[in-house]
Ligand binder design. Structure first.
Ligand code: 5GP
Length: 115
């Protein structure tokens, strides 16, 4: 069954698209946790980080380059930002279509809260 992200990529669900090319689509997160919260999503269906194949190495690099460029376009590159991949249950992954979160525009604090 197609995930929400596949439907956005196919144009079947609306989203604020900030970048699209032959390999990835990037759009704003529907529930942003910071002033800038963008998802960089490969067109190729890869469910989780654990499902990335060796042959996807260039695709993953491309996702980070797109994130870098979007951060510059959004004006958050100088102050800095965070890139996150959540993987499966312990990682807090909700949508099982690989995506890179680009989050910034405010001080984000600790990476993971200590219990
Ligand atoms: P995950 O927890 O899987 O790493 O992140 C999934 C992200 O997708 C969440 O931050 C969530 O807010 C976002 N999201 C879920 N459904 C939609 C949607 O329909 N549209 C958009 N733009 N983002 C969504």
């Amino acid at each position: 069954m197609a995930t929400i992200f596949e439907k956005i990529i196919a144009g079947e669900l609306p989203a604020t698209i900030l970048h699209r090319d032959e390999r990835v689509v990037a759009f704003t997160d529907i529930h942003p946790v910071a002033p800038t919260h963008i998802l960089i999503v490969p067109r190729k269906v890869i469910e989780t980080v654990d499902d990335i194949a060796d042959e996807d190495e260039a695709l993953l690099g491309h996702m980070i380059i797109v994130a870098r460029d979007l951060a510059r376009q959004q004006g958050i590159a100088k102050d800095g930002y965070r890139l996150i991949f959540n993987c499966r249950t312990h990682g807090g992954q909700e949508v099982y279509h690989l995506h890179l979160h680009l989050i910034g525009g405010r001080v984000l604090g600790r990476m993971v809260h200590r219990d």
